[in-house]
Design a protein around this ligand. Structure first.
Ligand code: NAD
Length: 700
């Protein structure tokens, strides 16, 4: 059992059996690992010379949890983790889990089967299963409330948060925090425990401490999670399981109940979608064709050009990560306003207790401001976030190309302009790329990294690594209008405006999309982003001859823009606003009726919700197929990451491309054809993407 190829090493020290999990990178609990632990524990149990057992992880951590890939099999191959925990728990000698690094999910459940849990001071523990749409399915929901009570168990399992060992010790989850060599100290602890068998705590044999507040706690948790995650099944199933444990049921019954709930979730669509996103986010950072031993360029100092909304937010990302930033603008007053805004943002975070005053001071201390390009000459990365006008941006890129030190990376935050034109303007297209942040840039996790025609592989590699350093989810996009996200948004918003002219109300459209799971319906979203911003982009595209010829294309947003109904910022847009609350506005209905008359659009008294959902979502999905076929996105999972991380698309649906698979490509193609037939579609709005058509044909 001690050969290197097995996932578990067994050795004996001071009469204590040491069972070491060794399956890099995270010692996950694959079928092979579970079987090997079971064998080792059985061996230790049957050897009378063994006084106790220590379970410990090799290398980086104790255990990262289940082997998620096994979930797709629909069932768990024996032995399951419950079998392992039952044998551990039933051993008549102390079993001690010695935790370093992380113990997560199934890894934590394994420790709950042990009689003691000891940990290195830096270790972290948690139950992140809910993030994958499942629940701890090997006793977590039954043993944890027995150890730490219902309220704390609910909090830990429902939030999926990873907590420090000091917190876990205070909760009574960890028995001892051990300094020094963890294994040595854990062996000493085990010897001591063997000599004091009266102290041994078997989690599964404890009663759940329930009192008259317990029922209320469970009820509140249910309501809270219905609000926080509407429609999500896992949080409700978690409450069911903990409620069952608190009802006084035996451990055996509780485990059987939990297992049924776990299997339901594991085999359900929601968990499938969340697991898809888990793997898609991991895959998105991998760039096909890049040399494995490519070196990243060192990044120690950042320049940001333009101290406006985006420039300030972008700067904060780097300050938060401890990187010095030089913020540059052309006028002192704009620079001052930008710095003041950053300072206000931090002060608000201090007030909310998210950042300490000392942290704020340290971050502001890393920020320098300047009116002179000379001050960004020695930066390793310079990101421009000036006005969205080609001539201004070109001029800025020309200057950066001249002044930046050799090897510096130059990036543009443009949302709509051609990155290759700007790259060429800089005179160093190999050092150039797009870094498309989303607003508010210090908060939104998505970063579209736009790979220009000549962007050097090491530049791309460096920026992907840097994105991780500042906590962003980065997805690579090729160069095209709107990149991945905004390009797909076009058809979605196009249909929003057409439906309004056909007789739907903003409230109906938003409510349909919000019931589907979008964080915000499209009318509210446009009001928040700014009707004027949308209208301006459309005007600019029209000037360039890039708008579809349909006279009513985006007519509502353009009319609202013309009337100065700019959205939330001035209290009127698709809605009227009372503070931030949107209220129906008859005036908008009148505008839509006028536009419909002018453009010969037939109004209907009722538009079915299903039609609204399909009219908005199918063009978006259709464009996703084009983006995939053109190679703008490397994989369909990348598109799903963009939409879930940047556009509020429901994670429970897995992203638009995952959803398309669930709906069925034939069904989507057929519905698109139906929509085309209603109008005859002279502008080709409903032309199906060739890839969608081919996939649908293959399904026939
Ligand atoms: P903004 O108007 O708030 O800020 C632009 C800043 O650039 C201003 O402070 C201006 O003084 C400064 N500036 C203009 N010309 C300059 C020059 N030659 N040199 C130095 N500074 C100059 O605009 P914003 O909303 O921050 O947008 C900036 C960029 O970010 C645009 O390219 C925009 O498309 C892009 N973007 C915006 C959003 C958004 O939601 N606002 C989202 C993604 C990307």
């Amino acid at each position: 059992m001690s050969e290197k190829s097995t996932p578990v090493h067994y050795s004996v020290r001071d009469g204590v059996a040491v069972i070491m999990l060794d399956a890099p990178p995270v010692n996950s609990l694959s079928q092979g690992m579970r079987a090997a632990i079971l064998d080792a524990v059985t061996l230790a149990g049957s050897d009378a010379a063994i006084r106790g057992v220590v379970l410990v992880g090799a290398e980086r951590m104790f255990c990262g949890g289940a082997e998620i890939k096994e979930f797709s099999d629909g069932k768990v191959a024996p032995p399951d983790l419950n079998d392992v925990c039952a044998v551990l728990e039933g051993l008549n000698k102390p079993v001690v889990a010695a935790i370093h690094g992380h113990a997560l999910g199934g890894g934590m459940e394994l420790t709950l089967g042990c009689h003691y849990r000891v940990a290195a001071p830096s270790a972290k523990v948690g139950f992140p299963e809910v993030l994958l749409g499942v629940l701890p399915g090997a006793g977590g929901t039954q043993r944890l409330p027995r150890l730490i009570g219902v309220a704390r168990a609910l909090d830990m399992i429902l939030t999926g948060t990873v907590i420090s060992v000091s917190r876990a010790k205070a909760d009574g989850l960890i028995d001892a925090v051990l300094d020094g060599d963890l294994l040595e100290r854990a062996i000493e602890f085990t010897v001591n425990a063997a000599e004091n068998p009266q102290n041994m705590r078997v989690a599964g044999a404890l009663p759940v401490a329930a009192d008259k507040t317990t029922a209320a706690q469970l009820h509140e948790a249910r309501i809270e999670w219905q609000k926080k995650a509407p429609g999500a099944k896992a949080p409700q199933a978690i409450v069911d399981c903990i409620e069952y444990a608190a009802s006084g049921a035996s451990l055996a019954d509780g485990l059987a109940f939990e297992r049924r709930k776990f299997l339901d979730l594991m085999n359900g669509d929601q968990s499938e979608a969340l697991r898809h996103l888990f793997f898609a986010e991991k895959a998105a950072v991998k760039i096909p064709g890049l040399d494995a031993d490519l070196k990243a360029r060192p990044i120690a100092k950042i320049g940001v050009i333009g101290a406006g909304t985006m420039g300030g937010g972008i700067a904060m990302n780097f300050l938060n990560a401890g990187l010095p930033v030089v913020l540059l603008d052309i006028k002192q007053e704009w620079l001052d306003a930008g710095i003041a805004k950053i300072s206000q943002n931090y002060a608000a975070s201090v007030q909310k207790g998210r950042v300490t005053q000392a942290e704020m001071d340290a971050r502001m201390g890393l920020l320098a401001s300047s009116l002179s390009y000379d001050d960004v000459a020695n930066c390793d990365l310079v990101i421009e976030a000036v006005f969205e006008t080609m001539d201004i941006k070109k001029e800025v890129c020309v200057r950066l190309g001249k002044i930046c030190k050799p090897g510096a990376i130059i990036a543009t935050n443009t949302s709509t302009l051609n990155v290759d034109i700007l790259a060429n303007a800089s005179g160093r297209p190999a050092d150039f790329l797009g870094m498309h942040f989303f607003s508010p840039a210090q908060i939104m996790r998505l970063l579209e990294v736009v790979r220009g025609a000549e962007t050097a592989p090491d530049v791309l590699h460096t920026v992907m690594g840097l994105a991780r350093r500042i906590g962003k989810i980065a997805v690579v996009s090729g160069v095209c209008y709107g990149f991945i996200g905004n390009r797909m948004l076009e058809g979605y918003l196009r249909e929003m405006d057409f439906l309004l002219m056909e007789g739907a109300s903003p409230a109906q459209i938003d409510s349909v999309l919000e019931s589907f799971g979008m964080a915000m319906g499209p009318c509210r979203m446009t009001d928040m982003a700014g009707v004027d911003v949308n209208a301006r982009v459309l005007d600019e595209r029209e000037r360039e001859g890039h708008l579809p010829g349909h006279p009513a294309y985006r007519a509502v947003v353009r009319k609202l823009g013309e009337l100065g109904r700019n959205g939330q910022k001035n209290g009127v847009g698709y809605y009227r606003y009372d503070g931030r609350t949107p209220i129906h506005d008859d005036e908008v209905e009148r505008i839509c009726i006028d536009l419909a008359t002018r453009h010969n659009i037939t109004r209907r008294t009722a538009i079915p919700d299903e039609e609204i959902r399909a009219r908005l979502l199918y063009p978006l999905i259709n464009e996703g197929y084009r983006i995939l076929e053109e190679g703008i996105a490397y994989r369909s999972g990348d598109i799903d990451v963009v939409w879930t991380a940047g556009y509020g698309f429901p994670r429970l649906a897995g992203g638009p491309m995952h959803l398309a698979q669930k709906i069925g490509e034939r069904r989507i193609r057929d519905r698109i054809a139906e929509f085309a037939s209603v109008t005859g579609d002279p502008h080709g709005f409903w032309d199906p993407a060739p890839l969608l058509t081919r996939n649908a044909a293959e399904q026939a």
